[in-house]
Design a protein around this ligand. Structure first.
Ligand SMILES: [Zn+2]
Length: 279
C-alpha cells in the first residue's frame, strides 16, 4: 500500500542540520514516536550532537519552545526508537525537556507546538487519527489501534518520561479534535473504520470542578492546558467518559454499538463506568 510516497517536511521547521545517522528509505508513515531529549539544551545544540557520526542516533525532528529542527527528512528513517519496525513507520521527534530529571516534563509552549506539529504532520501524511492505549503487550505495531508507540517499550529507557506517558492519550485526543475540525468532520466521533472504541490511559492530573454554570461538572486537569476530551479514559483503574468540552459524562453515553452507563456523579470518583450494554 502506498499512501504517502510523496514525502514532505514540516512547514514549521526553523532550523536544518541534517544528520548522517539515518537510513535512506522508509515504509509508509503511519504514526509518531514522541521522544524527549532528556536535557534542556536548545534545538541547535541537540542538532549539533545528532550530526556527529559517533552519536549513532537521530530524530526526524527536534522541538523546543522556539525552534523546530529538521534532523532527518521524513522520507528517511531516523535512528530513534531502538526498533527498526517503529522507526520505519513513524515520524520521530525529540522534544526538549523543561526539567531534565524526575518525570522529564516539557513546557506548556512546547506541548502546544508539539500538538500543532502533529496535526500538520497527520494532514500531510494522510493519518486520519492518533491512538494511544498505553498497551505495549498487545498493541505494539498494531498500527490501526495504536500509532503512538513509546520508546520505553523497545529499549531500557525512561523515554519519553512519565510526564508525557501520562498525557499521551490526551494529546492524541486533542490532535484528533483538531483533525476533525480541519477536515470538517464530527469532533466527537471516536469511532474508527472498525467501530473499535478505545480507552486511553491518563494519570498525574487533578480532578477539578467547572466554574459558573458548569460548577456541577468535573474535568481532569493534566496541566499545561491539557485535559482529556472526546472519549473514554482510564484514570486510576476506573473508566470515565469526557465530552467535547472536557467535562466528565454522567448517565449513559452511546459509543458505536454500545451504551456505556456511568455512576451518578455526586463526586468525581462516582462518575466511573458502571456497565456496558449492547444496543
Ligand atoms: Zn527516546
Amino acid at each position: 500500500m502506498s499512501r504517502n510516497r510523496d514525502y514532505t517536511n514540516s512547514p514549521m521547521v526553523t532550523m536544518v542540520r541534517l544528520s548522517p545517522n539515518r537510513t535512506p528509505s522508509r515504509d509508509d508513515i503511519i504514526g509518531f514516536a514522541i521522544h524527549v531529549t532528556g536535557g534542556t539544551g536548545r534545538v541547535a545544540n541537540v542538532l549539533s550532537w545528532l550530526e556527529r557520526t559517533t552519536t549513532q542516533a537521530s530524530y526526524n525532528y527536534v522541538l523546543d519552545d522556539w525552534d523546530l529542527g529538521l534532523c532527518v527528512e521524513e522520507a528517511f528513517r531516523a535512528w530513534s526508537t531502538s526498533s527498526r519496525a517503529i522507526d520505519m513507520r513513524c515520524i520521530t521527534i525529540g522534544v526538549v525537556n523543561s526539567v531534565a530529571s524526575g518525570q522529564f516534563p516539557i513546557s506548556e509552549r512546547s506541548q502546544a507546538r508539539l500538538i500543532d506539529f502533529l496535526v500538520d504532520a497527520c494532514l500531510r501524511n494522510n493519518i486520519a487519527r492518533l491512538s494511544h492505549e498505553g498497551d505495549n503487550a498487545n498493541l505494539l505495531l498494531k498500527w490501526d489501534r495504536q500509532n503512538l508507540p513509546l520508546h520505553r517499550w523497545t529499549a531500557r529507557k525512561a523515554c519519553p518520561g512519565q510526564f508525557l506517558v501520562d498525557r499521551m492519550g490526551a494529546i492524541a485526543a486533542e490532535v484528533n479534535r483538531r483533525l476533525a475540525e480541519a477536515l470538517g468532520g464530527e469532533s466527537n466521533n471516536e469511532i474508527g473504520d472498525d467501530d473499535m472504541i478505545t480507552v486511553r490511559n491518563v494519570s498525574g492530573g487533578e480532578w477539578k470542578r467547572g466554574t459558573g454554570e458548569n460548577a456541577h461538572l468535573w474535568w481532569y486537569d493534566l496541566g499545561n492546558g491539557l485535559y482529556p476530551i472526546n472519549g473514554l479514559f482510564n484514570i486510576g483503574g476506573k473508566t470515565y467518559h469526557f465530552d467535547s468540552r472536557g467535562y466528565m459524562s454522567t448517565g449513559s453515553v452511546v459509543l458505536g454499538r454500545n451504551r456505556f452507563v456511568f455512576e451518578s456523579a455526586l463526586d468525581a470518583r462516582e462518575g466511573a463506568l458502571a456497565r456496558i450494554e449492547m444496543i
